[in-house]
Design a protein around this ligand. Structure first.
Ligand code: GLV
Ligand code: GLV
Length: 294
């Protein structure tokens, strides 16, 4: 089976070794009827039109945990298997990065660091960059999957209480958000979660929002309103509604941190993602059920 790999992913040689001569490194546009498998990125939009070109595709291994870039329903109709890359290394990397953002936002790390490097620090002053402490505050975790659960576990280190909301829990989304000092999103992007956070969302006074899930879970124009009228004290967004284009107004706000979709960007996570994606392709080519079937 010929396999198209759409990007020279980190640790490429090591990762694709077990697929050997069946692999072609190319672009999504190179997809044609000669390919039976594909390893693609979350920036590859796998639409009906793309699937029409890959007439003989049998399996798509997405190099990501989220798979909202793929028309999974259409793949099902065409009997194309889709797999993703959930793994401990990614869960840890994303949850550690989530905490980096929480701490950075609570303590004004970005404006303070910029001030120190660029503006001219005159000596210790008691009243600059005063932040919020986390101890005894409440973390609201939205989505209680693997990543959300690990984020919640780490809250104990900071003496925070945790409340969670998920599709299957009996807590109400509105109540969790209203009671949390820090709201962190860990849901997949689906029609139900799109714009889950919007101008009508009511946050606790002084609350901050963290998004390391998918940009469109937050309606950014609504978010902007909440930030501008003080209903939300700050936001840290690793994912945006229209990547790679940040909403211009957000760039200007000192209480907003924008990072370029790097929550899973650690060496061990990238290596594990590659190995997981390839393991799914290998299992399929051996006639086995791929371990991370969606
Ligand atoms: C990254 O965003 C992923 O879904 O793995
Ligand atoms: C701060 O640097 C202090 O010593 O209180």
């Amino acid at each position: 089976m010929k396999i198209l790999v759409t990007y020279k992913i980190p640790f490429y040689e090591e990762v694709v070794e077990s697929l050997k001569e069946s692999v072609t490194l190319g672009k999504i546009n190179d997809l044609d009827e000669t390919y039976g498998g594909m390893l693609c990125l979350l920036t590859d939009k796998i639409t009906k039109e793309v699937l029409d070109k890959g007439k003989n595709l049998k399996i798509i291994a997405n190099y990501a945990v989220g798979y909202d870039n793929i028309d999974v329903e259409e793949c099902k109709k065409r009997n194309i298997l889709v797999t993703n890359t959930p793994c401990d290394e990614v869960n840890e990397a994303v949850s550690e990065f989530t905490w980096s953002l929480i701490l950075a936002l609570a303590r004004q790390l970005e404006p303070a660091a910029n001030f120190a490097k660029n503006v001219g620090y005159r000596g210790w002053e008691p009243d600059i960059f005063i932040g919020t402490d986390l101890k005894n505050k409440t973390l609201g975790v939205i989505g209680a999957g693997r990543i959300g659960s690990i984020v919640a576990t780490k809250a104990a280190a900071f003496g925070m209480k945790v409340i969670t909301h998920s599709r299957t829990s009996n807590t109400k989304l509105e109540e969790v958000i209203l009671s949390a000092d820090v709201v962190s999103l860990h849901v997949p992007l689906t029609p139900e979660t799109r714009h889950m956070i919007n101008s009508k969302t009511i946050f606790k006074s002084g609350a901050i929002l963290i998004n390391t899930a998918r940009g469109p879970v937050v309606d950014e124009s609504g978010l902007l309103e909440l930030l501008q009228n003080g209903s939300l004290a700050g936001a840290a967004l690793d994912v945006w509604e229209n990547e790679p284009y940040p909403r211009p107004e957000l760039i200007e706000m000192p209480n907003v941190i924008l990072t370029p979709h790097i929550a899973s960007a650690t060496k061990s996570a990238r290596l594990a993602m590659g190995k997981t994606a390839v393991a799914n392709l290998v299992a399929f080519s051996l006639g086995q059920t791929p371990p991370n079937l969606i």
